[in-house]
Design a binder for this molecule. Structure first.
Ligand code: NDP
Length: 286
């Protein structure tokens, strides 16, 4: 490796958009830990080889992004954290004498951000929209924190049901508080304390076809998507009277902070890093 500092990287394809190098460099400055952090663009056929070479050459830790989180989970099969086992996807890799280890820090990043923003109270009733990789990764930490009811609703209802079934195979005790279904009118049969958008709809700039009456005065709204502009999901929530809301920038920084803790044993402060990224994103569009 070219640099003598401990080497870390984010691996994905494409990976140019990843903010992980800026985030980890900011954490390193804050905690006075020396490291170098780069982007690794792996061709899909070469993901496993790329990871193995990185570690063989002395690399210390990898973050994994789209589209490789499930393949990273396979690669770390012998040494998965409990969170990673349940999530079925890995975004953090490191090695020891036992081989490659994997963890999923997305859910912890989300829950810590919701707590930081006071959007998640104990015993909350939470509606999770979406049943893709991001939704799967956050179910465990949301249940662990003590949500009274977590309902997963997806455009394709079968996917939400399958996700619930897979979850209950590991945690049968969750059967009464974890439910699933379609994005449909019956979502308004009860009130929600928090509605989380884990669909990719905001990436496409589209608001979801949600039933009216989903929110009351105190409901919070959180979109995992983030960007310089208010997302389509949050605009829609605001038009329906929601005032407590946030996008997923804090989740992004939170998942990075938990990876940093795993690698370096120190949990960095997230708020200054979130604030700096927010300013950077806004000035980039001016
Ligand atoms: P996936 O491709 O795995 O899942 C996509 C999900 O979105 C599915 O549930 C799909 O429903 C649904 N969906 C897509 N388009 C629409 C639409 N137009 N209307 C309704 N539902 C739709 O994506 P991920 O789970 O990996 O990512 C989801 C979002 O979470 C993305 O915006 C991503 O940027 C964000 N994310 C943010 C993170 C952060 O740190 N802030 C971390 C990880 C993800 P169906 O099954 O019916 O196709």
């Amino acid at each position: 490796m070219k640099d003598s500092k401990p080497q870390f990287a984010v691996i994905g394809h494409p990976v140019d958009h990843s903010r992980s190098p800026e985030i980890h460099t900011a954490f390193a400055q804050q905690t006075k830990i020396e490291l170098s952090y780069e982007r690794l663009d792996a061709q899909p056929a070469a993901f496993e080889t790329c990871v193995e070479q990185f570690f063989a050459q002395g690399g210390r830790g990898l973050n994994v992004t789209v589209p490789f989180k499930e393949r990273a989970w396979q690669l770390a099969q012998s040494n998965l954290s409990e969170r990673a086992k349940l999530a079925g996807a890995v975004n953090t890799l490191w090695t020891s004498l036992e081989g490659i280890h994997g963890c999923n820090t997305d859910g912890v990043g989300l829950v810590r951000d919701l707590q930081r923003l006071a959007l998640l109270a104990p015993n909350a009733r939470v509606l999770l929209l979406g049943a893709g990789g991001a939704a799967k990764g956050v179910i465990g930490p949301l249940l662990e924190i003590g949500c009274r009811h977590l309902h997963v609703a997806n455009r394709t209802a079968d996917r939400a049901h399958a996700l619930r079934q897979a979850w209950l195979a590991h945690q049968p005790a969750a059967s009464s508080c974890l439910t699933a279904g379609a994005i449909a009118a019956d979502l308004t049969d009860q009130t929600w304390d928090l509605v989380i958008n884990a669909t990719a709809s905001s990436l496409q700039g589209e608001a979801l076809a949600l039933p009216a009456g989903l929110y009351d005065k105190t409901t919070g709204a959180y979109d995992m998507m983030y960007g310089p502009q208010t997302t389509a999901f949050l605009k829609q929530a605001s038009q329906q009277g929601v005032t407590r809301m946030a996008d997923g920038l804090g989740m992004l920084v939170g998942q990075a902070a938990e990876s940093f803790r795993i690698w370096h044993g120190v949990l960095p402060e997230v708020t200054p890093v979130i604030d700096a990224l927010r300013i950077q994103m806004s000035s980039a569009v001016r």
